[in-house]
Write a protein that binds this ligand. Sequence first.
Ligand code: ATP
Length: 445
Amino acid sequence: MAANTNTDLMSTIVSLCKRRGFIFQSSEIYGGLNSCWDYGPLGVELKRNVKDAWWRSMVTNRRDVAGIDASILMHPKVWEASGHLAGFSDPLVDCKKCKERFRADHLENLDKCPKPKCGGELTDVRKFNLMFKTFMGAVEDNTATVYLRPETAQGIFVNFLNVQQASRLKPPFGIAQIGKSFRNEITPGNFTFRTREFEQMELQFFVPPSEDAKWYEYWFNARRQWYQDYGIKSENLRMRDHEKDEMAHYAKSCVDVEYKFPFGWSELEGIANRTDYDLKQHTEFSGKDLKYFDDESKTHYFPYVIEPSAGADRATLAFLVDAYDVEGEGKDERVVLRFHPALAPIKVAVLPLVKRDGMPEMGEKIYQDLLDHSIKSFYDHASSIGRRYARQDEAGTPFCVTVDGQSTEDQTVTLRERDSREQYRVPANGLVDLINKKMRESMVR
Ligand code: ATP
């Protein structure tokens, strides 16, 4: 069914995600756990493809970036040095009447509850630290307190010299990481947009201080382009510069990549010039000098850091929303997820026209051949061919292969393209090469 409003659109997507196995509520059989979500069979492929696309463009295809995978639990001093223990908090107010909790910085008026039917009195503003605490070892006392990391960036800063020396990269160079982060958000919501457990994709790009503006501009353009390369429509994407009072005190400039979600323009990624703040802080708190030694000029200096920091879950949600399309009317209506082929969870569906005359056997062979070539595929022989196409359109599968009566005679199959619905016959034994070629052509360098 076509959605009439933005609220409808969001709930249509949420229910499509559940029905087709993209995203489920966490611990659903126990009533669910607020703001936690589980990626199902299609969702896990989609999100993995998003992360792979990011990793390819940020690490694999570049000579100046190395990757790491740091642990989630870090020495508690890391969070003192980074400022998270003292300052990573949101201002919070509670309504005394309806007990709802709000972020004070999201309210225009702090006199009364913003819910129209309530209007109750609000508490004073309190600071609420967003870090999750836990205990390491058997004794639950203060000496054993550790935190689930609220961002992946610090794992990169504390490893700056390890990576630099092991990889022998010189500024300008970057360190990239994808991993889970945790924030005890006061107001989680909008499906997977704001959750308490999420995945970040971060790059810290270390540059000579005099080159900071040039690299900030470079990453500003590169990151916007990345979303567009993988299919986000340009009219749904914008770059929003931070106001002076929004910026972290150490940041020199900061811009958000925003997507026009059904619930409004919201941040997908932040790009910041963090100056030399983090390396200096960790040098001070650890007593280890994290300056880079430049062999040519024989000088030690703290590089500046340009940081494009993206969320894998928010990017996945944006790709989902942007791909969603309803075409035609009445019984011709179809729902199609127009994923970029590189992001599509399933690349090829193999569909024997009927369950007899050797068609399932030939279909099975083709299916196995695709799997043997690492092409994520799906085999379906249930229900009418029209319904099977519709199911694949709704899953965003770019190619369907139909085995029919002619196939068993001349070894050709019908290839159907998702977006155009164009159909043409191709030799069955050339399918793997053809799909690989089409995937390569769609790939962004
Ligand atoms: P917001 O203003 O939306 O709270 P932020 O500015 O605090 O986000 P950053 O600290 O810049 O976010 O984190 C970088 C990226 O990590 C964000 O752009 C977003 O994609 C992702 N991210 C941050 N918090 C969450 C969350 N609670 N749920 C999902 N993704 C998140």
